[in-house]
Design a protein around this ligand. Sequence first.
Ligand code: UDP
Length: 478
Amino acid sequence: ANQTGMADQITKNPHAIFIPLPLQGHLIPSVHLAVKLASKGFTITFINTESVHHSITNSSSSSNLFEEACKSGLDIRYATVSDGLPVEFDRSLNHDQFMECLFHVFSAHVDKLVGSLVKDDPSIGCLIADSFCVWPLMISKKYKLVNISFWTEPALVLNLYHHLDLLKKNGHYDPLDKFDDAIDYIPGVGSGSIKPTDLMSYLQATNTNTILHRIIHKALFQNTKSADIIICNTIQELEPYTISTLNQTQPFYAIGPIFPNDFTKELVSTSLWCELDCTRWLDNKPPGSVLYVSFGSYAHTSKHVLEEIACGLLQSEVSFVWVLRPDLVSSTDTNALPVGFEDQVKDQGLIVPWCNQKAVISHQSVGGFLTHCGWNSILESIWCGVPMICLPLLTDQFTNRKLVVDDWKIGINLCEKNLVDREEVTKKVKELMMQEKSNELRTEVKKVKRTLQDALATGGSSHRNLDHFVSQVILKTN
Ligand code: UDP
């Protein structure tokens, strides 16, 4: 007892169950966030699906993913859960079936596992789940856990999803009546208005009755809106107006960019596929001379688009590293490249199925990034001071493109209306890599890079927001 006779109040550090969405682009920031929170004193029980666990352990040498992190003193426990499909099931080829399982079956497995974890360890006080999961509200209520939603995309995207009702009322979503006029009635859009073609692809769809739409409705309309706290991989200074609008209805913390402490060296393996090493090839190229080309882990495109990009790259004579995922073209045709392309490319390009993107993009030879505008890729590109050519393909990538090209001016569009043409590819690659526009973009991207660095530095906005978030969780779980 203390001298005043009051009972000692021992503040417990929070113990959180952390469940990412089992997709590469969601898993990466989730793992890094889990490590960050553990280094702030959290105990984390991190849960991967068996399929994700299988892929990571197959592509890296480690079988115990968090072993190194635990050796460095962090309290991260680990468990796996079935997503409802056999481990060897091809989730990319049978995408809708995978999504159906995530919607209907996964929640029952999560429910059972969380139930037994909570029963065995009463110190568990909160659930951190990816905002695209459909079950956090049900699980957190059932087990009396603080419900923390992790939003891995820009705040603007969440803000737009949260205003589906306004979009619908104004004919910009199902049915798309006034498809061409600017959307200027949604609160929190930084530039005041947004074009319908900059909305996320699901909001532009003519068929809004797909499994993905059902997931979005349930996850973002019901779940995320009722979360106790939302944490987001963005930066206050980049989206101030959107963030303050979101903050009016819910505690919303911008704590990005969420990267490992050492940008190129990860404490925990996160890659679902084997990474091909590009360093030796890059070492032989002059500084800033190489274009990095990647469309992320999830999007697909057509053989025609791929052919136009291939020929455009070749004509540009600019050196490139191209990540060509085997499933990028969603057809059974495994060789999507034009006949003879690889022979023609010679030393101009290196084509790999998957690489360590952070290592490639931070290499001094890389001077530009032709990207699908996945949010992680954008943050990584900015962090390395690399300007972008944008070819959005799916989901939030259209909205992310608007931020990069129209708002922050650190990238250019590959083509109007997404009609990819080889001449345009050549023109834009040259513009990005060597013409006057290149210098302008580089100057701007350096400024935004500085914003990211300042946000993470001691006293910076993300640093402060993370501390504030941690103290809120401590309050709510004690
Ligand atoms: N990535 C990688 N190697 C590759 C391609 C991508 O490590 O060959 C990583 C990349 O660094 C990023 C993530 O995969 O962190 C992709 O996430 P993003 O949000 O850019 O796109 P998504 O895959 O979700 O569409």
